[in-house]
Design a protein around this ligand. Sequence first.
Ligand code: PBG
Length: 326
Amino acid sequence: MSAEFPYVRPRRLRQSPAMRRLVAETRLHPAELILPLFVREGVSEPVPVTSMPGVVQHTRDTLRKAVVEAAEAGLGGVMLFGVPAKQDAVGSEGTNPDGILQQAIRDVVAEVGDALVVMSDLCLDEYTDHGHCGVLAADGSVDNDATLERYAEMARVQADAGVHLVGPSGMMDGQIAVIRRALDEAGHQDVGILAYTAKYASAFYGPFREAVGSSLKGDRKTYQQDPANARESLRELQQDVAEGADLVMVKPAMAYLDVLRQVADASPVPVAAYQVSGEYAMVEAAAANGWIDRERMIMETLTSIRRAGAEQILTYWAAEAAALLK
Ligand code: PBG
């Protein structure tokens, strides 16, 4: 065969929508999308998050409606974040059985039952007045082992409220083991753990801080991972799986697709990715300026995250993406 003549024509498989559909390697489905939702204590109307156009801090009532819509859209699940009315040094509201997140879990489980997997953020940053994901030692550093005790208590109250999966996002060493033991000792063997396994100290969380009213002054570089490193994600994976994680997650998504691929190749449990607030805000801002095609961008980013190995995707566009897939 002559090297010049194009006997090999990859374009044959691209020539029509039907042909492209036939050979597509990656397909998105609403059932693998998870919608993060914020619920704020003490508000009578939803409060818009200005850095995330289209996202709100829900009231307990509007949260129930959002979750019913999520179920109707066929989503796989929701991830709930509480925004308490008061914060303190140890994040007391995070372990208050009647704290906003625990109330929201009960509301949502009562509303949708088993039609959706109900997940909750298990972390202290929404509840602490210093904004860190843990409690502080006398020198101001984040105290790993004292924080683990708080996480164990959070796991118990969230499980008592009826959550299906807890989502520890604080990146404390040993958090999965301690949470697993706390759940089991409290008789919650069937409550699972979606572990934030590879979580980077990322500027992409910027808009989220507004969404949860976080008062963080410094940064999280002593507990979240350095964006320069991929290898330690595999160590975190081994550790989380050994400690009993049921699913693992990589976060953020788009700037870490290489990490996602490595984790997906090595993981014996399902791998999720979180398309975070900054990823959402970038696309929304560019679209608002008329610089990009918003819907194509949403589907392309989700497809790429899926292609890189995520089997579940947390995205603020979950409901909209599900509608676009219909
Ligand atoms: C911690 C937590 C954060 C996010 C999810 N869980 C913030 C952080 O680690 O600083 C970020 C999510 C997003 O940016 O969309 N509770």
